[in-house]
Design a protein around this ligand. Structure first.
Ligand code: NAP
Length: 255
């Protein structure tokens, strides 16, 4: 039996960027907890593959193809989802990209891509889905931040700037929307092996640096983000607003 405070069964959850990696595992976790999940990405093949895995596991899953940087595409999907699946109770802004290069040579178009997917995307998708939450006076928004919302590291300055922005956007959204009984919070993952970080994990020097630097002594497993997400999506977090919960094996707590 699920303890009622953490019960999200029957809720409709949309997770952006959930055809792979962290977003996919969050979708699976929400699905196993009884929610109806809507997954998203920009690549149709990946979306179909992810949907079939979730459906085969008995999860009520739907797919929506849109780019989080494209307002028209998002608005179209808001209407489609509302008419065909239902109103989104829980929105997880997870879509993100990473491009690594020394800052002095960082290309402007790469900078713009990172800021537009990681930061502007959170603004656009939230703005489009929050209206129904405001009307209903209920909703949950979870923004996927990063350890880089707090800490820099060479070669990832634009990413750190975008994730610092997502942390502050989370607080600013909470400031405006908490009065509508919408809780907006963030999750700050430490280092998890996905397509985004595989190159780092394959680099022996980086891998041993991360393991030594992390009090838990290892990389995180994407499944370990599910508990924090369910907590922030459930009634258990009904008076928590504008916080970022770091799930990082203790990395952000030590120097
Ligand atoms: N991995 C880590 O250690 C780590 C640590 C801290 C924070 N994070 C954050 O966690 C989130 C997920 O990261 P991940 O490691 O799971 O990345 P990933 O494996 O590279 O997956 C990224 C997902 O985002 C989607 N996506 C990319 N651009 C998009 C766009 N413009 N519109 C819609 N969807 C888009 C991709 O789908 P398509 O290819 O179909 O577009 C894919 O499903 C990101 O925000 C990342 O910054 C990750």
């Amino acid at each position: 039996m699920i303890y009622p405070l953490f019960d999200i069964s029957g809720k409709t959850v949309l997770i952006t960027g959930s055809t792979r990696g962290i977003g996919f595992e969050l979708a699976r976790g929400f699905g196993k907890a009884g929610a109806r999940v809507i997954i998203n990405g920009t690549n149709e093949n990946n979306l179909k593959k992810a949907l079939s895995i979730l459906s085969n596991e008995g999860i009520e899953a739907y797919g929506t193809l849109f780019d989080v940087t494209d307002r028209l595409q998002i608005e179209e999907q808001v209407n489609y989802i509302k008419g065909n699946i239902g109103i989104v109770d829980i929105l997880v802004n997870n879509a993100g990209v990473q491009i690594r290069a020394p800052l002095e040579n960082f290309n402007l178009s790469d900078w713009e891509k990172i800021i537009s997917v990681n930061l502007t995307g959170v603004f656009l998708v939230s703005q489009c889905f929050v209206k129904d939450m405001i009307e209903r006076k209920a909703g949950k928004i979870i923004n996927i931040c990063s350890l880089q919302s707090e800490l820099g590291r060479p070669t990832i300055a634009p990413y750190a700037a975008s994730k610092g922005g997502v942390k502050m956007l989370t607080k600013a959204m909470a400031a405006e929307w908490a009065k509508f009984n919408i809780q907006v919070n963030g999750i700050g993952p430490g280092y998890f092996i996905t397509d985004m970080t595989r190159k780092l994990a394959d680099d022996e020097k980086f891998d041993s640096w991360i393991k030594n630097r992390t009090p838990a002594g290892r990389w995180g497993d994407v499944k370990e983000l599910v508990g924090a997400a369910i907590f922030l999506a459930s009634d258990a977090s009904s008076f928590i607003n504008g916080q970022v919960l770091y799930v990082d094996g203790g990395l952000s707590s030590v120097i």
